[in-house]
Design a protein around this ligand. Structure first.
Ligand SMILES: [Zn+2]
Length: 441
């Protein structure tokens, strides 16, 4: 199949810009990138989709999400107003996750996936929690992911906060799902080993997780030093800082994702670098929880693979890119900042992170990469070229410009109509389920 007929940005190593470009897709992968005219000439018999001037870019990627947070939208905490991160967890997230039924898990995932498709987010790393419905929860989410047609890498966030039985079930859920996905060997669905955070994990659970994950060749997806509570607990209980504790427990490494890393010191940044641990920055969530600002510049300047995610705040990476960009400028009080850092965090590091889980490149449209792309309905009021694309992206292009979404050569959305799911039906059902959950809350 040929897809083209508008400005094409490939990103990736080749970073090609064609004013009227296209790609040839075969077996779910990009086979060839060329001008639209020459592709049509070379393959006159091939089925084609003409974007009619629509701008073609690779699908957006989100390196940290929580699908289960979907039903929190508009929910009242019944008079409570959490004063700090610890209270936000206690009063909101650790109350909500315990109320999730298997049906809630499935529909909250579908809601997040609908948002993702509408925002052009085609690949997601999700981190799930449902302490009263652990067994089979990742399979429920996987069903939603398959139905939606996006790519996702799933895990269950193991924690001791709900007692030893829930911790044990969490460990087993990760191990079972890792085994299943290995056998299934799908390019759309992958698994890693999830852990909540150091301050809710006993040493015994950490060691069990390390042994189980290492037997399965997996790394971890874990929140790290998001609030000061994490460091305080680690220093009080183990006499060392969070990153040191995780390193000493065998949790860090080149397949591990350390999410947030806000309250980390120089020595801990050094350990992240030495162990090749990856980091994910979530600026909207950090601002919303008022937990502080991650030393993003420092981490990327020291060569740490620090990528970008939404932490369940939304599925909109166009918005998260802008937030990361403005927050970086704001924090540094230097208006020159942001441009290079965003290039690195999103365009270089997110693809590097996804490459740890998926066998073909994501986030670029070079030959051999997944045929995951977004067509933007964007008629630029000023010249658009390779050199200034980031300016258009950060100051103009939004998820409302996403018109068509293609994953592995399959259309998930065309003219803003989702083809893989009945959006209206899903939202109708999710409103019913969310209301029931709010009543139980
Ligand atoms: Zn998170």
């Amino acid at each position: 199949m040929l897809i083209g007929g508008g400005p094409l940005f490939t990103f990736g190593k080749e970073d090609i810009f064609l004013e009227n470009g296209g790609v040839r897709v075969e077996g779910g992968l990009v086979k060839e990138v060329d001008s639209w005219t020459s592709l049509r000439k070379k393959f006159p018999q091939e089925e084609f989709f003409d974007t009619q001037g629509g701008v073609i870019i690779p699908g957006m990627t989100c390196a940290h999400h929580h699908f289960y947070s979907s039903f929190a939208r508009g929910m009242s905490l019944k008079g409570k107003s959490p004063r700090n991160f610890g209270e936000i967890l206690q009063d909101l997230w650790w109350s909500l996750d315990k109320k999730l039924t298997p049906e809630d898990i499935y529909f909250s995932a579908l809601v997040a996936l609908i948002d993702a498709i509408k925002c052009g987010t085609t690949s997601i790393l999700d981190h799930h929690a449902s302490p009263k419905s652990i067994k089979g929860s990742l399979r429920m989410i996987a069903q939603a992911v398959k139905k939606a047609g996006v790519r996702a890498c799933l895990c269950y966030e193991v924690s001791d906060r709900d007692g030893p039985q829930a911790a044990k079930e969490g460990l087993e859920e990760n191990a079972d799902f890792l085994r299943e996905t290995k056998i299934e060997d799908s390019d759309f669905l992958k698994a890693t080993f999830g852990l909540h955070a150091s301050f809710t994990l006993s040493q015994e659970t950490l060691i069990s997780a390390r042994d189980m994950a290492s037997a399965l060749g997996a790394g971890f997806h874990i929140h790290v030093a998001e609030g000061e509570e994490d460091q305080e607990d680690s220093l009080r209980s183990y006499g060392k800082r969070v990153i040191e504790r995780l390193r000493d427990s065998g949790i860090l490494g080149e397949k591990t994702l350390a999410i947030h890393c806000i309250h980390v010191d120089q020595r801990e940044i050094g350990i992240l670098k030495d162990t090749k641990t990856m980091v994910v920055h979530n600026p909207s969530s950090n601002m919303n929880n008022a937990v502080g600002y991650a030393p993003v510049e420092e981490m990327i300047s020291r060569g740490i693979t620090c990528g970008l995610g939404t932490d369940g705040m939304s599925s909109d990476m166009f918005q998260e890119l802008k937030t990361a960009f403005f927050l970086l400028k704001h924090q540094s009080r230097d208006p020159r900042k942001g441009w290079e850092e965003i290039q690195k965090i999103y365009f270089q590091n997110n693809p590097k992170i996804f490459a740890k889980f998926f066998p073909h490149p994501l986030g670029s449209l070079s030959p051999g990469s997944y045929a995951d792309m977004v067509v933007l309905d964007y008629d630029p009021p000023t010249p658009l070229n390779r050199e200034n694309f980031l300016g258009h992206l950060l100051f103009a292009i939004q998820s409302r410009n996403v018109r068509d979404v293609i994953v592995g050569g399959n259309f998930l959305m065309r003219d803003r109509q989702i083809l893989t799911l009945d959006e209206g039906e899903v939202l109708k059902e999710s409103r019913k389920l969310a209301l029931k959950l709010w009543e139980r809350f």
